[in-house]
Design a protein around this ligand. Structure first.
Ligand code: HEM
Length: 509
């Protein structure tokens, strides 16, 4: 989610940067200076005519508000609603007027109003360099992403994604502890790079590892004030631009080499080339989508495994479901148990079965999206003033809707902080796990398949237990840190202990 602004800044990327280094550096310097100027000299926030009612303001020193907003966003927003005793409150961030909204009516308005613009919200409020938006290029990218997620293409990708998953997890060894902030992310990142970019890049483990580092820098730049060099104006911006340029070079090179080699491969890059997309669109697609997809897929994938390591009944149910699929689609006797044989049998399960015959896994994914997704949606009001109950959202202001408002609403989800895939959904008006309105996640199908493959492979190959950092079993559940909107680490001392199962029938969790 962090990545939409980044995606957009890449959509307008020029593929010939290597020939324009001086221009590029000049642009960077000007951008950094312009950004600094904007911060220091921002115009006053839009103000309301006297007859219109403004929501209560959360008062406090600007620096404290900014720090708390980026460092403890969940608490900041919850405290704001509590302190102002209002479902809508406003505050100032970087000289911008921001409205935090909650409640049923606000949610409907938030996702319905076309003037509430996601891209401008992210670029200005969370992103660091405001960039020009090319809606045409963006819709082209989304069209291609749809094509990529067509059944025939996902079916073709399935065994290749499984192989990626196997190679990454094989490097874990026979047993050990996972790092909840990175281990599963590395697996899903590899798989998403495979799906949305070039097989030449995805086949090169060292290159994928470098890419991952650059994307981590870009992701981290959404917290501009938390770096060691926070006092240097535009430092986070500079690092983000530097990392983006490196990512840009990697994908531009992959594009140029493919074009000049005359070799065709059955990957997203080739599809984009064959469909006549411009170099700008192709590079923008490959650069933007891994970050759009990998961070969230890694986070939800990690939490799925964390919860399953604690809730062994669900782990057993999911494993049983996968075993049933294996026996349905494998006519000959099961091969001798080995990591490679897991890939072989899972590859025989068709996409349609992965998508429609895993009800328990579907429930677990859905509940994890609800319980461990610390997302606050951001929009800018690019149209006239909008009415929200008795309040007005002025034109030009920013609006925040924390998904926690719905996800942790006890009147909809009883015991909302408990991970319970079996919960009744009778009162649910709208499930926000993949977003709402026009900006629903565009990569949902790929993300779901990726997570299912990761969980299926992990739970067939390994015994999974929830332990503390010393490897000792713990009985309390893992608790997502909702303030950590970037990595969503566990709040308590817990991680996953994995150890290889001896055979297909091992009944231990
Ligand atoms: C478990 C993984 C994922 C989760 C939980 C997730 C969740 C979301 C959510 C909640 C939004 C809406 C954000 C908002 O309204 O502020 C969104 C948007 C988006 N997602 Fe995902 N996403 C995931 C994976 C992916 C993947 C794999 C891709 C592509 C490869 C992707 C591409 C996008 C794009 C392009 C948008 C912007 C949609 C628009 O602008 O209309 N996502 N995602």
């Amino acid at each position: 989610m962090v990545l939409r602004d980044t995606l957009l800044s890449w959509v307008s990327a020029d593929p010939f940067v290597p020939f324009k280094t001086i221009t590029t550096l000049t642009v960077i310097v000007v951008a950094v200076l312009a950004f600094t100027y904007l911060i220091l000299n921002a115009r006053d926030a839009p103000s309301l005519p006297r007859d219109q009612l403004s929501p209560p303001e959360l008062l406090g020193p600007a620096g404290k508000i900014t720090h708390t907003f980026f460092d403890n966003q969940f608490d900041f927003l919850a405290d704001g609603f509590r302190t102002t005793a209002s479902a809508v409150f406003r505050f100032r961030l970087f000289h911008n007027e921001v409205m935090a909204v909650s409640g049923e009516e606000a949610r409907q308005t938030f996702f319905r109003e076309k003037a509430l613009n996601l891209y401008q919200g992210f670029q200005v409020l969370i992103g660091t360099i405001p960039t020009g938006l090319d809606p045409h290029a963006l819709s082209g990218i989304y069209k291609r992403l749809n094509v990529l997620q067509r059944p025939d293409n996902l079916q073709f990708l399935l065994p290749r994604l499984l192989l990626d998953c196997h190679r990454k997890m094989d490097s874990w060894g026979n047993e050990g502890l996972l790092d909840p902030t990175s281990t599963v992310h590395d697996v899903t990142f590899q798989m998403i790079v495979r799906a949305v970019s070039s097989f030449d890049v995805a086949d090169n483990a060292a290159l994928v590892a470098r890419l991952k580092k650059f994307y981590d820098i870009i992701d981290a730049s959404v917290k501009p004030l938390t770096t060691n060099l926070a006092w240097v104006p535009g430092f986070a911006t500079f690092r983000k631009v530097w990392a983006s340029m490196n990512v840009y070079r990697i994908f531009s090179k992959a594009l140029e080499e493919r074009k000049s080699s005359g070799i065709k491969r059955e990957d997203a890059l080739q599809q984009l080339l064959d469909s006549g997309e411009s170099s700008k669109c192709i590079v923008g697609f490959m650069m933007g989508l891994p970050i759009a997809g990998a961070r969230s897929t890694g986070t939800i994938g990690t939490w799925l495994l964390l919860f399953l390591s604690h809730e062994h009944e669900w782990l057993a149910a999911v494993r049983k479901e996968i075993e049933t699929l294996i026996s349905t689609y494998t006519t000959d006797p099961l091969p001798t148990f080995s990591p490679q044989s897991i890939v072989d049998v899972l590859s025989r399960i068709p996409l349609s079965a992965w998508e429609s015959q895993t009800p328990n896994l579907d429930l677990c994914i859905r509940e994890t999206l609800r319980r461990a997704q610390p997302h606050t949606a951001v929009r800018k009001n690019t149209g006239p003033d909008i009415k929200l109950g008795s309040y007005t959202i002025p034109s030009g202001s920013f609006v925040l809707y924390p998904f926690a408002d719905t996800f942790f609403d006890a009147s909809v989800y009883s015991e909302p902080f408990r991970w319970n895939p079996a919960r009744s959904l009778a009162k649910e008006q709208l499930f926000l796990g993949w977003g709402g309105g026009t900006h629903m996640c565009k990569g949902q199908r790929l993300a779901s398949l990726t997570m299912k493959l990761v969980v299926a492979y992990a739970c067939l190959r390994f015994k999974l237990d929830l332990v503390n950092h010393l490897g000792q079993p713990i009985s309390e559940p893992p608790v997502p840190d909702m303030n950590d909107f970037l990595t969503c680490q566990p709040k308590n001392d817990c991680t996953i202990k994995f150890s290889e199962r001896p055979d297909w029938t091992d009944s231990r969790a």
